[in-house]
Design a protein around this ligand. Structure first.
Ligand SMILES: [Zn+2]
Length: 88
């Protein structure tokens, strides 16, 4: 079987379940995966923080469940979905 390294494309020699040709390529993959994940989490946390602030402003001291019209939330520009501009 001719498997190639996921990072550099070199032919992989050794066990059949190997994905990378070397420790260097494996480390490169995991470091970049971690950076991408951290960035995505950071962006999602920004959105969640903003949404929680808006909800706190609307609800005030109501600490129980309450109905809020969607238009009110839209006027406050709350995020219902993650914007496409927040790429991973
Ligand atoms: Zn490689």
């Amino acid at each position: 079987m001719n498997k190639k390294c996921k990072i550099c494309g070199k032919k992989i020699i050794g066990r059949t379940d190997k994905i990378f040709c070397s420790v260097k390529c494996e480390n490169y993959y995991h470091i970049h995966l971690r950076k991408a994940t951290d960035k995505a989490v950071e962006n999602i946390n920004k959105i969640l923080y903003r949404n929680r602030s808006i909800l706190l402003e609307i609800m005030g001291k109501h600490n129980k469940q309450m109905m809020v019209d969607r238009k009110v939330l839209e006027l406050k520009k709350i995020y219902f979905q993650i914007p496409h501009s927040f790429s991973y």
